[in-house]
Design a protein around this ligand. Structure first.
Ligand SMILES: Cc1cc2nc3c(=O)[nH]c(=O)nc-3n(C[C@H](O)[C@H](O)[C@H](O)COP(=O)(O)OP(=O)(O)OC[C@H]3O[C@@H](n4cnc5c(N)ncnc54)[C@H](O)[C@@H]3O)c2cc1C
Length: 529
């Protein structure tokens, strides 16, 4: 296969145009091309008058060598696809089926690989299945009734289910795991364009179906998924995992336990710490979510408020601050919603989501600043959790139980907001105009002020008076790391910590890839169950 590394395509290109463009690059007649497939496509909007796609395309042709010789163009390479292969099974026998805690991306992909390899895993999920969970979350957003075990953080599909489902990752991958994750999502119902878009996203409405289809495959392969089944305790014997407790007193024997519990399983972190599982406090980032009219972002990125051929525009902002810290935009949701993503009573945490169409009137992202153990003090391994909980409790108070919202102009003047400007919140859950700045530690308030004012130079209107802050954005990654060795084992034999909660991933795709790595380690060691 010949890969064309840079193919310039107009926004309304056709299949025919694609073949002609490839033939031109390869200097051969179109008829000699058997097939062309876009491998990667990104938008080049640097020149507003000439916005176009820049694509990487794979062409199947005869006599590749002669074309390569004739082209002598470094932008054309001969490539062979890396197909992901599940490793061969090991030789250690298993008395019990592997148990996976959590059905987020890490748990689901770990479960899918173990099921495909014949291990018939049991997945425990403290939350509800995705259908029931969706109703529970909508009831929470509409009427403020929170279920602490089934909400935006907990339940089938994990934290990412009510998200924009952005699938980018910085994780380097030579094994083909990243592609496998995208292909699996596409097979399970995601838009196939995730296979080539530079910034693929699924959208929360589609993700719910995808998660359900993946669950069904695990069940069809002899696996089991137990919902409303919270891991509450673990039992060890001779330094290895021996059984687990589910809920009040239900016991399940196991010698292989995978912890894919996510960044918000604070009660489970506390139980693991008591049980002597080696963990450490980890840096993470906190801040507020900011909302602007989507048209303002489109104008900045495309040069016009509504481009007939382009989706809602996104942005990525980062800056080093005078106080030496960094501020950056995180989990940007074009045409999206701010969501009340709380999981504990009298505490408010927000995040962002978009539907596949990305068609709400606002764009939002988290403006966040890194905090380190130096910031949240040395109250032990869970000091970061306590720091998050304190901020979330202050936010709950400031909003009187609703999501607190403050106009950026009032934030600058350190005064409570009393009325909106032209920007109307797009928030899932009730909200209340408040004084959010009073909730934040001084370094954080000052960092947000300096950062947003600085981003005005990149996106005109970014620091407008009526841009909306809501908060707090406290669950950006895990505040702890559960130690593991090269075999991906914790200090207890048979216990495998993985995914975002354990501190080895950040985001849907990297969590899924870490779940796959963990399944591979188990498959290479043990025989099928
Ligand atoms: C609103 C929102 C939007 C997001 N948007 C994006 C995005 O667009 N793109 C992106 O890449 N990332 C996004 N993220 C982050 C992403 O969701 C996470 O990085 C990812 O889901 C981590 O996967 P995980 O499997 O490690 O953990 P989670 O997805 O957190 O899954 C952990 C699961 O374990 C379960 N669990 C926890 N404790 C127990 C227990 N004791 N017993 C049984 N079950 C338990 C939980 O209920 C949960 O279902 C978003 C997160 C949120 C909250």
């Amino acid at each position: 296969m010949l890969r064309i590394l840079q193919l310039k395509l107009p926004l309304d290109y056709t299949e025919e145009f694609l073949y002609q463009a490839a033939a031109k690059e390869l200097r051969i007649p179109v008829a000699r091309i058997r097939n062309v497939r876009i491998r990667k496509r990104s938008l080049d909007a640097r020149k507003k008058q000439e916005i176009h796609y820049s694509a990487v395309a794979d062409a199947e042709v005869e006599k590749e060598e002669s074309i390569l010789k004739k082209c002598r163009n470094s932008q054309i390479q001969q490539v062979h696809d890396v197909t992901y292969v599940i490793p061969e099974c090991g030789s250690v026998s298993l008395k019990h089926r592997p148990v996976i805690v959590g059905t987020g991306p890490a748990g689901l992909f770990c479960g899918l690989l173990l099921a495909r390899a014949g291990y018939r895993p049991i997945l425990l999920e403290r939350g509800e299945d995705v259908e029931k969970r969706t109703r529970t979350v909508e009831t929470f957003w509409e009427r403020g009734i929170l279920k602490e075990n089934s909400n935006v953080q907990f339940g089938e599909g994990g934290a990412g289910t009510f998200s924009d489902g952005k699938l980018n990752t910085m994780v380097k991958d030579t094994m083909g795991r990243n592609r496998f994750v995208l292909e699996t999502f596409a097979e399970a119902g995601a838009d196939p364009n995730i296979l080539f878009l530079n910034k693929p996203h699924i959208g929360t409405d589609v993700l719910r179906k995808v998660v359900k289809n993946m669950r069904q495959e695990i069940l069809d392969l002899g696996g089991e998924v137990w919902f409303e089944s919270q891991l509450t305790d673990i039992q060890m014997k001779d330094g290895r995992i021996d059984s687990v407790t589910i809920g009040k007193d239900r016991r399940l024997d196991c010698e292989v336990l995978i912890l894919a519990i996510g960044h918000s399983a604070r009660d489970t972190f506390a139980m693991l710490e008591k049980k002597g599982i080696r963990m450490s406090a980890k840096s993470f980032a906190v801040g507020l979510r900011i909302e602007h009219p989507q048209s303002l972002i489109n104008k900045a990125q495309y040069g016009q408020e509504n481009h007939p051929l382009l989706p809602a525009a996104d942005y990525k902002l980062t800056r080093k601050l005078q106080n030496g810290r960094g501020i950056y935009s995180f989990c940007m949701c074009p045409g999206g919603y701010v969501v009340n993503a709380s999981s504990e009573k009298e505490r408010i945490a927000v995040n962002g989501m978009s539907y596949h169409a990305r068609d709400s009137r606002n764009a939002n992202s988290a403006m966040i600043v890194t905090v380190t153990p130096e910031d949240f003090g040395s109250e032990g391994v869970l000091a970061g959790v306590k720091f998050q909980q304190k901020l979330e409790a202050l936010a709950w108070k400031a909003g009187n139980g609703s999501v607190p919202v403050q106009l950026f102009g009032d934030f600058l003047r350190k005064q409570e907001s009393r009325e909106l400007g032209d920007v109307i919140p797009c928030i899932k859950g009730s909200w209340k105009l408040s004084d959010l700045r009073s909730v934040l530690p001084k370094f954080l308030g000052d960092s947000l002020e300096e950062g947003v004012l600085a981003f005005e130079r990149i996106i005109p209107g970014f620091s407008r008076y009526d841009a909306l802050f809501s908060g707090v954005e406290s669950r950006t990654s895990s505040p702890v790391r559960i130690e593991r060795n090269e075999e991906l084992l914790s200090n207890v034999a048979g216990l495998y910590p993985c995914g975002e909660g354990a501190g080895y991933a950040g985001g849907i795709t990297s969590a899924a890839m870490d779940g796959m790595k963990t399944a591979e380690a188990i498959i290479k060691k043990y025989t099928k169950f």
